[in-house]
Design a protein around this ligand. Structure first.
Ligand SMILES: Cc1cc2nc3c(=O)[nH]c(=O)nc-3n(C[C@H](O)[C@H](O)[C@H](O)COP(=O)(O)OP(=O)(O)OC[C@H]3O[C@@H](n4cnc5c(N)ncnc54)[C@H](O)[C@@H]3O)c2cc1C
Length: 403
């Protein structure tokens, strides 16, 4: 008998993060409402026509690279077990170009230091540029919109659209959510609002920012590549008749209108890196290509933000870091909204990272035992700790910035 059988949860945000949380909750039999401001899922950051899935690797293991590699493996496990290959438009195979000595050094060591088998990544020549590359045979170009929809279809939450979470309070073990339509009581609240996190006053202490991203949509017959090629920017394989050339990012100017100069820059960058990809680069009217602007959310340390939400209004700010080592120094304790979780700051890797992040989050908020038999993957404690929003509070505390 699962003790959560009569519990309810609200998940705010119908992007890939919210969809992944719904999926993780469905495995715990929690009755879930997915609340989304727009009229359908995945219209914001998760609304690009194509995104790429592959892990972020560093030369030596770091919490970031270990998490990313585990998340990639978890993604592939679910991809197979949910048979997503049959429902989510995708193309396997990613070549990550290693066109400098230092890149080759970094990634050849990364393979060894993370014990990555050849079935997941190996050094191999990219056929289109004839350059060394790190090849991810199971890396994917896919439709993030269809992935999000499929996860929601599996999870079967009650879906409420055009519904905007305006405010929430935790009171006597329940959470009351006020929306533009009604007030709803729930046992658990999961916040996955993407870049719109800042309108929630309980989140605005978390150092995350909105970053503008622009992609170019290119007709499939412009290029011949059957796999996606990453070279700083990226050109994806073809899905539904088009490829995506991406992405330019800007954290200072956030206007929604596409910028022609960025299309030109992306195009020039591609021509420079992969000159053989077209016979002639002349005569293409770039103004005819589709573009899309969306916004990713990036945390200060570029690591996702995943965990129970600290309740900063309850912090005892009289406890100073400098006094910690004195006799009778009080330990610094972080109070939480016990039933509220956050999944945000997914940066440029949300499609790859959201599923594992959601699994970790649901385990934390529901207080599930560490070795949950239902859990496919056992994530080391130091990685779970590295993801928690607590890290920013601790940093501020050490710098005496909590007043
Ligand atoms: C240009 C670009 C290219 C990218 N390419 C890749 C890639 O190739 N591979 C990869 O892994 N990642 C990529 N990313 C990153 C990835 O797209 C994001 O990390 C991911 O989509 C974030 O998902 P999310 O659910 O957190 O946010 P979103 O998809 O933005 O979802 C948040 C949702 O919350 C809703 N919402 C907000 N506030 C409220 C409220 N108060 N009430 C109700 N609903 C609310 C919004 O309407 C929105 O639908 C890219 C990002 C950008 C911008």
């Amino acid at each position: 008998m699962n003790g959560n059988n009569n519990k309810t949860a609200i998940v705010v945000g119908g992007g890939v993060a919210g969809a992944s949380i719904c999926y993780a909750l469905s495995k715990q039999n929690i009755k879930t409402i997915l609340m989304e401001k727009q009229s359908k899922p995945a219209t914001k950051a998760s609304g690009n026509p194509i995104g790429v899935v592959y892990p972020f690797l560093t030369k030596h293991k770091t919490a970031e690279s270990e998490f990313s590699y585990l998340a990639f493996q978890y993604f592939l496990e679910l991809w197979d077990s949910l048979d997503l290959g049959n429902t989510v438009p995708h193309v396997d195979g990613i070549h990550y170009l290693l066109d400098s000595g230092s890149a080759y050094d970094r990634y050849s060591h990364a393979l060894k230091n993370h014990n990555i088998p050849k079935s997941l990544a190996e050094l191999r020549m990219d056929p289109y540029s004839q350059k060394d590359s790190l090849f991810f045979p199971q890396g994917k170009a896919l439709s993030p919109v269809e992935l999000s929809k499929e996860l929601i279809r599996y999870a079967k939450p009650e879906e409420v659209y055009q519904t905007n979470l305006i405010s929430w309070v935790e009171t006597e073990g329940k959470i009351i959510c006020q929306t533009n339509k009604e007030s709803i009581h729930t046992d658990y609240l999961f916040l996955a609002q993407g870049y719109q996190f800042a309108s929630d006053p309980r989140l605005n202490w978390i150092p995350m920012k909105q970053v503008r991203g622009q992609i170019v949509q290119v007709p499939m017959n412009y290029f011949p590549n059957n796999t996606s090629i990453l070279y700083g920017d990226y050109l994806t394989a073809e899905i539904n008749g088009e490829r995506v050339l991406g992405a330019s990012f800007d954290e200072f100017h956030l206007e929604e209108e596409p910028r022609m100069e960025e299309t030109i820059q992306l195009w020039k960058g591609l021509q420079e890196k992969l000159p053989n990809l077209r016979e002639s680069w002349d005569g293409v009217d770039l103004s005819q290509l589709g573009t899309r602007v969306s916004y990713r959310t990036q945390s200060q340390d570029r690591h996702p933000v995943v965990g129970k939400l600290p309740n900063v209004s309850q912090l005892d700010t009289s406890i100073k870091y400098q006094n910690l080592f004195r006799k009778n120094g009080k330990p610094f304790q972080i109070p939480y909204f016990e039933s509220v979780g956050i999944l945000n700051g997914l940066g440029s890797r949300g499609i790859t990272h959201a599923l594992l992040a959601a699994n970790i989050l649901v385990n934390l908020v529901l207080g599930l035992p560490k070795k949950n038999p239902k859990e496919e993957m056992n994530v080391p404690e130091h990685i779970i700790q590295s993801l928690k929003p607590d890290r920013f509070l601790l940093r501020m505390w050490k710098r005496d910035q909590l007043t």
